[in-house]
Write a protein that binds this ligand. Structure first.
Ligand code: UD1
Length: 352
């Protein structure tokens, strides 16, 4: 049996941790580099518990060339999955330098070290945010690209940097994955998404409102009394924003298929990872209530700046060329997020 060693940057994060589990369950060896900026060390033990496998871990910053050189000198890395990045849209508008510095330098350093050690396979974690103001649906990979905030611009610039690196290094192989909206959690209830501070994204907010609602009236927190639904006058079926929610385990599986592609072709290619189906904010709230038998109160408030009406993927290219197809539906996503919520509360006493 030949073991392929994969470096996963940001491997303790939400998508990274689920991807590490899939890699380990499919016979890959995994080395994680994560500086714990937006993750916690217990995730490492959870990955090991779920898979029964050992993971090499470095508490290093990908932006440090010396640190990454150490990782490559101590391991025979054959491929890299690069998740490590800042990802808060609002913060990126307020602190653009922080975002450009971190999200661009990490990739540049990583590629420099990869070239030095002759490691030529990279999967890059991009986002549907690179499609900017969407003009036609479903979104195909060759749709026009633009961005509306510095976070999104770092993703697009990274894609361009990687395309140039591939041009200059014909033996390089890069697969860029553009994620739609990952939600859900691992079926063990041990891995999931619980952001620090008030969540920006819809599902973590729904989870907190549901948990708050299960508390005694006097224990309830004002911030999580209800979900603020950002607008109900979009040109969609119920007027609320429509997105392509994808189960994080499906997304993680997509990385394994991308890995096979990386080993079998050269140059750069781009793939949407979504389900191809759009659900509204109210669909998600109603489904969460129905499948989990909980209450998620909501109020319609003003639109959020920069939001678009609808966004969902054309999944044909990923299906034809990677063999990727999402297996889980919106009910599974809501059920698994709730399982994680319950488990988290059992372990920590509270979720916020
Ligand atoms: C957001 C980011 C996107 C990023 C992605 C990562 C913005 C504008 N976009 O996508 O760049 O790649 O997260 O996960 O932040 N909603 C509410 N109430 C809430 C939160 C959200 O009604 O409290 C609505 C939004 O208007 C949207 C939908 O829920 O229609 C999904 O929002 P969200 O989870 O933040 O994802 P995106 O905005 O699609």
């Amino acid at each position: 049996m030949i073991y392929i060693k994969v470096l996963v940057t940001g491997g303790l994060g939400y998508i990274g941790s689920h991807t590490c589990v899939e890699l380990l369950n499919n016979g890959y060896e995994v080395v994680i580099v994560d500086n714990l900026y937006n993750s916690t060390i217990d995730v490492l033990q959870r990955i090991e518990k779920i898979t029964g496998k050992k993971v090499d871990f470095y508490d290093f910053d990908v932006c440090s060339y010396e640190a990454m050189d150490t990782v490559f000198s101590e391991n025979k890395i054959e491929a890299v999955i690069h998740f490590a990045a800042y990802k808060a849209v609002g913060e990126s508008v307020k602190e653009p330098i922080k975002y450009y510095q971190n999200n661009l330098l990490a990739t540049l350093n990583l590629c420099k070290v990869m070239l030095k050690y002759n490691c030529q396979r990279l999967i890059f974690s991009s986002s549907a945010t690179v499609y900017g103001k969407v003009r036609s649906l479903p979104i195909k990979e060759d749709a026009p690209l633009s961005t509306t905030n510095p976070y999104g611009t770092t993703k697009l610039m990274n894609e361009e940097i990687l395309a140039d690196i591939c041009k200059a290094n014909p033996n390089f192989s890069v697969v860029v994955l553009r994620y739609f909206n990952p939600i859900g959690a691992h079926k063990s209830g041990l891995l999931g998404e619980n952001p620090k501070g008030i969540p920006n994204n819809l599902m973590p907010y729904i989870m907190r409102v549901a948990a708050n609602n299960e508390r005694e009236e006097k224990e309830q927190v004002a911030e999580y009394k209800y979900v603020k639904v950002f607008g109900d006058s979009y040109d969609t079926l119920d007027g609320t924003g429509v997105r392509d929610y994808i189960h994080v385990v499906d997304l993680a599986r997509g990385h394994l298929l991308a890995m096979e592609k990386c080993f079998n072709s050269l140059g750069i290619d781009f793939y949407n990872l979504g389900t191809g189906k759009g659900y509204s904010v109210l669909d998600l709230i109603n489904t969460y209530e129905k499948v989990n038998n909980v209450k998620v109160p909501y109020k319609i408030v003003a639109k959020r700046d920069g939001d678009i009406a609808a966004c969902y993927a054309d999944t044909n290219k990923a299906f034809k060329e990677l063999g990727f197809k999402a297996l889980y539906g919106i009910d599974d996503m809501c059920r698994d997020s709730y399982l994680y919520q319950k488990n988290y509360i059992k372990e920590h006493g509270e979720i916020f």
